[in-house]
Structures are given as structure tokens and as C-alpha cells.
Design a protein around this ligand. Structure first.
Ligand code: FAD
Length: 371
């Protein structure tokens, strides 16, 4: 859909990057190296109040290395910074936010925040219009030749529907709402989901909650390694790529790799804290009814059931397929050549987001040159 530009845009930029997490910063770094001037040629926007992308919102107990490895941003080592040397006793959110802040300053990326992109639309002159909104309600429009979307998934946690979800009298929350185990002291807690977030919550709740029960749609696949196995990761990333090219909803990465069994996880399995059960049948006011018909009392249900790509602001471009995704090939939207999606599908880990930065920046420069 193409809209006329009724009122002139407030600013023109050659490239707008939406999001300053790993993916957006990586693209921004490479675009700067390729000659774009941050703040004028290239404008990076982020709706969050501080640096760190989604990491700034993660729960206090999460430490670096607890899930998978967090890869350095390109150019970070040249500054003498690397995550492998980071203090693992500090919350991951503080470390990542600090490192990203230093990175943004060092490379002078001039990220504007908090500035939320509310929509991206096509305008008559062949460019894209990025509409932004600041917390005081001020709207502005930036005309851009190319848009790089790097908005991640944290804004769109996915909660599956189960019968009775609306009658449960206790507390229900998703991964983004979890703060600390102390909030559940003395409670019976049901955790849903087979990924690293669920496992992290169960381990943290052990000894704090009165009881925990763990329900997963499929039996948890424990990988035969202590860290992510590269071969199965390659297969999982290929599967993400296939889904992105087909315009399907993206599968979860751990469904393809299995969960690596670190020493901490091994101890949790041995203590019986990490015993997954088949998904419950339904929920009632005071708990859940298990697959074999028993009632389990719950004060709280934590839905650690994954995320979807946060692409709501791209709705005016009408890129959604009937299969629920967007067709993306090598980081570029197949139906909108001026739009790139960084950190999407096969790029959705910190290492993938890094590689994507270079790949996308080169394609962006080709597009700007009219190649
Ligand atoms: P994000 O870090 O989410 O950054 C997106 C940015 O876009 C945010 O700053 C957000 O504010 C901004 N934004 C979104 N929408 C808008 C908008 N409309 N307007 C303006 N700004 C917007 N990966 C690993 O490699 N290793 C790990 O150990 C690891 N642990 C994880 C633990 C958890 C609990 C979760 C949920 C994920 C984990 N991941 C891990 C995956 C991880 O999230 C990604 O690797 C990485 O953070 C993704 O970076 P990103 O730049 O794509 O997204």
C-alpha cells in the first residue's frame, strides 16, 4: 500500500535502523564503517529507556553464560572489551547494558531513545516513511530510503491458549514479567515451556517456592553437551532460514538444538527440580488438570513459552503471509526491497545477529547506490 506524503517529513535519512540491540548495533557499526554518518545519513532509534536491547529488561538473577554464549559485537575487541572476560557475578542485564553503552559511545552511533517507531509505510516518492513517537506523545516522521528493522522479540511474548486460562484465580505471567523468585516465596508454582527461560526460573524457584511443577508441550530434549552443539545449531539455524524464506512463523531454536546440560542443570535434574511433565489438559480456578486427570494446586502459572518477532509497526507494509510470517531472504524482505530484517530467523542469536550486521550493511549500501 502506498500513501501520499500529505505533510512533509520532519527529517530525511538515508537509512533508519529500528532497534539498538545486538542486531541493530551490529548493522549500525558496519554502515558507519561503510561511510554513513550516524545521526544524519543513518538514524538509529530505540524505544527503550537505556542501552542493552532486550537484555536491560532481563531478570536480576540471570547471569552471562547461564543460557548460551553472548557474542561480542563487531569492533568490541578493538575497544578492549569482550564478554568472555565479563564479571559473571553481576546480573547479565547490567553487564550487557554497560558494554553496549560503551560501544555506542566509542563508535558514536548517536542512538535516539526513548523513541518508538509506531509505523513504517510506503510513500509516493519511492521511499519509506517511519513514524515515531516519544513518551510525551510527540509524533514525528522520517523519510528514509532504506529501513533496517532490528526490533527483536522481547515486546511480543507468546502465550498459548489453554482451556480455563481465563478462570484461573492466581497470578499468570510471561517471561518478560518475571522479576525474581522472591515474589513466589512459599507458593505453588507451575512453569510452562521447554526452553532456557523455564529452566532458569525452576532453578531459581527451587527452595524458595513451596513447590514447582514443570509442563512442556514436547518432552524436553536434553542435548548431550554442556554447551550448544555446533552441528545441531547449524541444523536449527537452517530450519529458521527455511521458515523465514517460506514466510512461516519461526520455530524456537531449542526445539532444534536440544538444551545443553550445564553442571547447574545436571544438578537440577539430579535433585528432581527439572522433571518435565506432559502438557496439562486444562486450567481451573485453583490450578491445572494434568494429562492423567489429577489436580495440581497452583498459586501462579509462569508462561515461559517463547516469543514472536515484534513486527507490529510494519503492518502498513502488508508483508504478513497467510502462514503468519514474513518472507525474508538473506535478511531482506522479499516483498519490500527497501526493508531489511536484522536478527530475524537464522540471525536470531547474538552470533547470528553479528554476522547479519555485515551482510545487511553491504546490501543496504548496494540499495542506496541503486544496484
Ligand atoms: P533485542 O535485544 O530485543 O533488541 C531489539 C531492540 O529494538 C530493543 O532495544 C527494543 O527496545 C527495540 N525496539 C523494538 N521495537 C521497537 C520499535 N517499534 N521502535 C523502536 N525500538 C524498538 N542469545 C544468545 O546468543 N545468548 C544468550 O545467552 C541468550 N540468552 C537469552 C535469554 C533470554 C531469556 C531470551 C529471551 C533470549 C536470549 N537470547 C540469547 C536471544 C537474544 O535475545 C538475542 O540473541 C539478542 O538479544 C537479540 O538481539 P536483537 O538485537 O535481535 O534484539
Amino acid at each position: 500500500m502506498t500513501e501520499p506524503l500529505e505533510t512533509p517529513a520532519d527529517q530525511h535519512a538515508r537509512v533508519v535502523v529500528i532497534g539498538a540491540g545486538q542486531a541493530g548495533l551490529s548493522v549500525g557499526y558496519h554502515l558507519r564503517r561503510l561511510g554513513l554518518v550516524p545521526g544524519s545519513d543513518m538514524v538509529v532509534l530505540d524505544r527503550a529507556p537505556s542501552t542493552g536491547g532486550a537484555w536491560q529488561f532481563r531478570w536480576e538473577a540471570l547471569r552471562l553464560g547461564a543460557a548460551h554464549r553472548v557474542h561480542d559485537l563487531p569492533g568490541m575487541r578493538a575497544m578492549g572489551l569482550q564478554f568472555d572476560d565479563a564479571d559473571r557475578s553481576r546480573p547479565a542485564r547490567d553487564v550487557v547494558s554497560e558494554y553496549y553503552r560503551r560501544f555506542e559511545q566509542h563508535y558514536d552511533l548517536r542512538v535516539r531513545r526513548p523513541v518508538a517507531v509506531s509505523s513504517v509505510s510506503r510513500i509516493g516518492d519511492g521511499s519509506l516513511c517511519v513514524t515515531t513517537r516519544t513518551p510525551d506523545g510527540t509524533e514525528a516522521r522520517i523519510r528514509a530510503e532504506v529501513v533496517v528493522n532490528a526490533s527483536g522479540t522481547w515486546g511480543t511474548p507468546f502465550m498459548p491458549w489453554y482451556p480455563g486460562r481465563d478462570v484461573f484465580a492466581g497470578r499468570q505471567l510471561d517471561t518478560t514479567e518475571y522479576r525474581s523468585a522472591a515474589e513466589f516465596a512459599g507458593q505453588d508454582v507451575v512453569v510452562v515451556g521447554g526452553g532456557t527461560s523455564a529452566i532458569g526460573f525452576l532453578l531459581e524457584l527451587d527452595g524458595v517456592a513451596r513447590s514447582t511443577r514443570w509442563f512442556t508441550r514436547r518432552p524436553v530434549l536434553w542435548a548431550d553437551t554442556t554447551s550448544l552443539d555446533l552441528e545441531s545449531a547449524v541444523a536449527a539455524v537452517d530450519e529458521q532460514d527455511r521458515a523465514a524464506r517460506a514466510g512461516e512463523v519461526l520455530p524456537s531454536i531449542v526445539s532444534g538444538t536440544g538444551v545443553p546440560v550445564s553442571r547447574r542443570i545436571r544438578a537440577g535434574i539430579d535433585r528432581g527440580v527439572l522433571q518435565d511433565e506432559p502438557m496439562f489438559r486444562r486450567i481451573d480456578e485453583s490450578g491445572v488438570i494434568t494429562a492423567d486427570g489429577r489436580h495440581v494446586h497452583a498459586d501462579a502459572i509462569i508462561w515461559a513459552t517463547g516469543f514472536r518477532a515484534d513486527l507490529r509497526h510494519l503492518a502498513p507494509l502488508h508483508l504478513r503471509t497467510a502462514a503468519g510470517g514474513v518472507v525474508v531472504e538473506d535478511g531482506r524482505a522479499a516483498d519490500e526491497p527497501r526493508l531489511f530484517l536484522a536478527g530475524y530467523g537464522p540471525q536470531a542469536s547474538t552470533i547470528g545477529a553479528n554476522r547479519a550486521g555485515r551482510l545487511i550493511a553491504r546490501q543496504v549500501m548496494d540499495e542506496l547506490r541503486g544496484a
